[in-house]
Design a binder for this molecule. Sequence first.
Ligand code: SAH
Ligand code: SF4
Ligand code: F3S
Length: 486
Amino acid sequence: MDRDINLDRIDLEPPPPEAEPERQFYFMEQCRRWVKRRSEELGRPLFACTVTFGCQMNARDSEKLLGILREIGYEETSDEHADLVLYNTCTVRENANKRVYGRLGYLNTIKKKNPDMIIALCGCMMQETEVVEKIRKSYRFVDLIFGTHNIFKLAELLYRRFTEGRMVTDIWNSADAIVEDLPVERKYPFKSGVNIMFGCDNFCSYCIVPYVRGRERSRRPEDILAEIRRLAADGVVEVMLLGQNVNSYGKNLPEPATFSQLLRRVNEIEGIRRIRFMTSHPKDLSDELIEAMKDCGKVCRHLHLPVQSGSSRILKEMNRRYTKEQYLELVDRLRAAIPDISLTTDIIVGFPGETEEDFLETMDVVERVRYDSAFTFIYSKRTGTPAARMENQVPEDVVKDRFDRLLKRIQEISAEVCGRDLHTVQEVLAEEPDDHMDGYMTGRLGNNTIVHFPGDASLTGRIVNVYLEESRGFYYMGRMVPEEKT
Ligand code: SAH
Ligand code: SF4
Ligand code: F3S
C-alpha cells in the first residue's frame, strides 16, 4: 500500500466530510464495518475478484480499486465465484465490449446460486450512454455501475449499494479534480505504473478514448515525484510513467512543466533503477525528450511509438498530425542519438478508405523501421467517432488478408531483431519464477525482451547480470554471471 491509513481513528458520528480523500476514508470505514458484520454472520472472510480489461491505464486503476477493497476488508481472489466481482472494462475495440457482455451472462448464472453476490462494472465502457442503458435494461442483476472519472469513490458507492439494496449508477462526464493519496494494492512488489496524466485531447478519428477518458489533465510534478519516492522506499525498482500521450505532459498545469523535465527528475530518485513510459505520440516527441532519454541512465532504451499507418493520406484521415516522412525522420533522429534503442509500435489495418497502396506504405514503414515488436489491430468502428461516419469501410476479407501479411512480416523481422544482444552480458530484472520450467526465472532486459535463466524465487525484483546464451526468436535463454561484466 502506498499510504498508511488508520481507519480506526475515523469518527462515524458526524455526517461524512465533504473534502476528498477524507470523505472516502469515512466510507471505507463504513464499508469495513459492514463487511466485518457480514463476514461474522457467514463465519468466513468475504472475497472480491477484480477483472481488468484493456490497457495499462486500466491496470493501474484496478490496483487502486483493489487497494480500496482490501482496506474495506475483502480478500482478493481470482475466482469469479466471489462475494464481489468487479469488471474494469475497456471499449477501445468492439471485441473488448463483446467479451464483457459474454462474461456477464456467465456471472448471472453464478449469481443465481448466490443472490448476495455483488456485481460491479466500471471503466471505459461505462462512459458510453448506450452501454449503461443496455445494462440497466437487459442486465438487471448488475449492482453497481461507475465510470473512469470517479473510481476513487468506490467505497462511497459500495456503501450506497449496501444500504439502498438496489442498482447504483454513478457516471461523471468529466473529472474536475485529481484525488490523490488513496490506498493502492500493487500487483508486483518491485515494479509499478504511475499515472502522470489522465485523458486525451488528440481525437484521432478512429479512437474512442478521448470520449471515455475525458480531457487531458496532468498531475503536478511534486505529487508524481512524491509517489515515486514512496514506491522506491517500498521496494519498487522500476516505474512505468503512464499517460495516453506522455509527450504533451504538463501543458495545462498552473506552472507548466515538460515531460523531459519530469523524466530528469525521476531519474534522480534513489532506489529507482529503471524508468519506462507509455505512450508517446510521434507528433509531440521533442528533441528535448530525445536528449533527456540519452542523458538519463535509468531510462530504458525502449520506445513505444505508435505509427498506426504508413500512408500519409490515411494518417491525415486519422488526424494523427504527422506524415510517413516525418515519422521516419523521427526514427532516424532517435537512432542517431540512441543507437541501441528498440522500437515497438501499434498499427491499425483496414481504416476506412485504406487501399492496397496505402497498406503497402505501412509495410514499407515496417521494413524500414524494423520494430522489435508491434501490436496489430483490425480497425474497429466505434460509435461517436468521426471515422465511424466514413462511408468507404474496407471489406472484411480484404482486411483479414492484409492483417495476415502484415503480422507475418512483423514476426519475421522481430525474430531477426530481437536476437541482437546474443552472447553479451545484460542487466535483467528478475520478475517471476518461470511458468514452464522448474528452477528457472523469467526476467526482462531494459529493452523489454524476455530472458529465461536458472534461478529461484528469492531473486524476484532484483536486477542481475545475465549472459544471453541462446536467442529463440522473441526471447533469450541465459545464465547469471557474477557482478562484473565479463
Ligand atoms: N494513446 C495511445 C493509444 C491508446 S489505444 C496512442 O495514441 O498511441 C491503443 C491502440 O489501440 C492504439 O494505438 C491503436 O492502434 C488501437 N486502436 C485505437 N482505436 C482503435 C480502433 N477503433 N480500431 C482498432 N484499433 C484501435
Ligand atoms: Fe486515442 Fe489518439 Fe488519444 Fe491515442 S492519442 S488515446 S489513439 S485519440
Ligand atoms: Fe481501453 Fe480505456 Fe485503455 S478504452 S485501451 S481501457 S483507456
